[in-house]
Design a protein around this ligand. Structure first.
Ligand SMILES: [Zn+2]
Length: 179
């Protein structure tokens, strides 16, 4: 339920956090996953909306407006999930309460403490390093190397079998001598 003065106060109090935009939707998924795990929220479905639709939340799921993918909005919605799941919230209870703000504050403090997950995001959003394609000649050399390795493994097995056969022959002839 919209509560304009609550939103206004919140945006003033967490000004900086509402400006901390995430670069893309994958990053939003990563952050929601991190917070969901740390605050033990259980499964949280995440989807997106756009245009004039507001971000919103329910007990099992949050919807984020793609034009507002910042830490303020994400923690606001996840704090609702926390209320619904962990605080015996009942139908008809108010959502935008001091409790909600307190939870949101805790979540934002955690994000700040984790340095906004910058390292994690950097690592997981990084492009895979470019691997130059092998030339025909290099491909051939690589294939030969693979086959050599397989051959070695079979050669080892042959030697092992030969040793075993020799050992068995020795045992057999030793026994025959005493017939
Ligand atoms: Zn709300």
């Amino acid at each position: 339920m919209a509560n304009l003065s609550y939103y206004g106060d919140e945006r003033k109090e967490f000004q900086e956090e509402f400006k901390k935009e995430l670069p893309n939707l994958k990053a939003v998924r990563i952050i929601v996953g991190k917070l969901q795990k740390h605050f033990k929220l259980g499964d949280v479905d995440l989807d997106f909306t756009s245009g004039r639709n507001h971000s919103h939340a329910s007990r099992w799921h949050i919807t984020i407006n793609v034009e507002q993918t910042n830490f303020g909005v994400i923690c606001h919605e996840l704090a609702h999930v926390f209320q619904a799941r962990k605080l015996e919230h009942e139908a008809g209870d108010k959502w935008h309460t001091k409790k909600h703000k307190r939870i949101m504050k805790r979540m934002l403090a955690y994000c700040r403490k984790k340095n906004w997950f910058e390292v994690e995001l950097g690592r997981r959003l990084a492009e895979k390093p470019f691997k130059p394609e092998l030339t025909k000649e290099e491909q051939r050399a690589k294939r030969i190397k693979q086959l050599e390795i397989r051959k070695q493994s079979y050669t080892r097995k042959i030697k092992l079998s030969e040793n075993r056969v020799r050992k068995l022959n020795r045992q057999i002839s030793a026994l025959k001598r005493f017939v």
